[in-house]
Write a protein that binds this ligand. Sequence first.
Ligand SMILES: Nc1nc2c(ncn2[C@@H]2O[C@H](COP(=O)(O)OP(=O)(O)O)[C@@H](O)[C@H]2O)c(=O)[nH]1
Ligand SMILES: [Mg+2]
Ligand SMILES: [Zn+2]
Length: 336
Amino acid sequence: MAEANPESTDQNAKMVRGLVVRAYSSFYYVRPTGGDHSSASCDDPPLECRVRGRLKQCNQKEAGTERLRPWQRRWLREPPSIPPVVVGDWVQVEPLGARTGVIVAVEQRRSLLLRPLLANVETLVVVFALVSPDPSPLLVDRFLVTVEKSGIRPIVVFNKADLVSEDQCQRWVQAYRAAGYPVVATSACTGQGLSELAALLSGGISAFAGPSGVGKSALLKRFFPGLDLASGEVSAKTGRGRHTTRYAQLLPLGGGWVADTPGFSTPLPVAVEPARLAQLFPEMRVLLGQCRFSGCLHRREPGCAVRAAVDAGKILPARYDSYLRILEEVEAQALW
Ligand SMILES: Nc1nc2c(ncn2[C@@H]2O[C@H](COP(=O)(O)OP(=O)(O)O)[C@@H](O)[C@H]2O)c(=O)[nH]1
Ligand SMILES: [Mg+2]
Ligand SMILES: [Zn+2]
């Protein structure tokens, strides 16, 4: 039934769409969007909002019913449901005054990171150091596969470029570009690569992830010099960071938004059917459908297009080795 009474039309006209940039106890801070509805403006202070008890979900089943799989709960030691509003959500606010309002509806999430709890992350910056700690191809690939699985665009950053030769740096950069990823070599010390990275982040919501000690905090501090960084890093072993802030805060960068706490420092297990794992490797994804057998796992099956590309030098042996290792884990864990 259409609710055509004039009051509800008035209400709709007053409604403000915005982005939740911070959560604190039961308050949510919402940046109203500009007229184009694509970006949230940060010229004005955010609206301090509470959440209406019965929340409307725009195009979403029901509030608070998004459930984690049992292994995710075990792994993250999280309660089984996700709050109806989290940082990164696009919401409808009914303003109550110039500075406050009530969140009355939440738009459907396009992605959800669990630690830090963050909705609608479009880009995850997967940071590794070129040295100290040395990067491990398998660890890099594990991170990238996890990110691909969650439907988030990965950007690979090789940091501490000031500590290695240009040759050594380019070997890593070229390898991952060849695999199909956007790659930037950076130095949080000299500032190398930072404007290139900022340009790649413009637009949506981004967050940083990567092992401890690679320079995630240092990079964030270069972008936001005044930042007092909470160590929101999460170890998958304990499911807890040292000073875990469950909620991240979004900071404006170049027309987009960056989470102020680094995310997971150990990749989560990969929950994917073995036969779908190759879809999470961009350079293999483009060959799928070309193998002789539809259930090809790209090991030793005859007529395998992936294997042929490895033999022809078109797929890097290290990437293929990672694929085989992760395939074994995926088969053993059976989390899909
Ligand atoms: N030489 C050099 N040292 C860096 C760079 N980035 C970070 N570091 C150092 O590496 C250590 C770990 O950095 P941190 O930002 O805490 O890493 P995180 O654990 O990933 O947040 C610190 O001692 C930083 O000063 C860089 O680009 N070059
Ligand atoms: Mg850190
Ligand atoms: Zn194959």
